[in-house]
Design a protein around this ligand. Structure first.
Ligand code: ADP
Ligand code: ZN
Length: 206
């Protein structure tokens, strides 16, 4: 959606599992807005300290400057009302206040571009992404590549044992999996690994 009459605002949502290119897509859209000389502000939650705290960095090393905030209220406090385009990465960590904030910004004539995980490590909808999808004008679901079989992957597989909803990490702690290879029950994941190791052992003995 890149043509509008007058100052009409709207909400775009990019969602999918980890490694599916959400940050890449967000950065691409924001860069184009910058090239068009629009005023851009970019936010991300402060808890993801994996890389830099003043930048969004994709797994493929695309970067854009961003402001770290703890929730939607904090984001609102850091908003420059002259901004025309407002980007948000990892919106699933910014709380339900994001829904109302996104709608108010769009109603004020801002272009709001939101990226985030649509489901959690158990495959459950990750709030507030479902609500943001509902209030969005335009949505894009991105798919990764399943690390087990190469099919399109819609799930984020957690590889480490934890019942916490939020365990921050990337390669080694999570991988993309398709619907068939996704295993939310980590005990079964361990069995899968054991049988794969046993199968390799049998091949080596032959
Ligand atoms: P997201 O924000 O959805 O986690 P990023 O935009 O940060 O994704 O990274 C996408 C990039 O991750 C891809 O372009 C590719 O270089 C890399 N990548 C690593 N693992 C995978 C995978 N399993 N499927 C697709 N891309 C992957
Ligand atoms: Zn698979």
């Amino acid at each position: 959606m890149n043509f509008t009459k007058g100052n009409i605002g709207w909400i775009e949502v990019v969602c999918g599992p980890m490694f599916s290119g959400k940050s890449e897509e967000l950065i691409r859209r924001l860069r184009r807005a910058e090239i068009a000389r629009q005023r851009v502000q970019v936010f991300k939650p402060g808890l993801d300290q994996r890389y830099a705290d003043d930048q969004i960095i994709s797994h493929s090393d695309f970067k854009i400057a961003s402001i770290c905030v703890k929730d939607a209220a904090d984001m609102e406090a850091h908003l420059d009302l002259r901004s025309e385009v407002i980007g948000v990465d990892e919106a699933q960590f910014l709380g339900n206040g994001m829904i109302d904030l996104a709608v108010r910004l769009a109603d004020m004539g801002k272009r709001v571009i939101i990226a985030g995980l649509d489901t959690d490590y158990l495959g459950r909808p990750f709030h507030p992404m479902p609500e943001l999808l509902a209030v969005a004008d335009e949505i894009q679901k991105t798919l990764a590549i399943c690390m087990q079989c190469g099919n399109p992957a819609k799930h984020t597989q957690r590889l480490v044992e934890s019942q916490e909803l939020v365990v921050v990490g990337a390669a080694g702690m999570y991988e993309a999996r398709c619907r068939r290879c996704f295993e939310p029950n980590l005990a079964n994941l361990q069995k899968q690994r054991d049988s794969a190791t046993a199968a390799l052992g049998r091949v080596a003995v032959k």
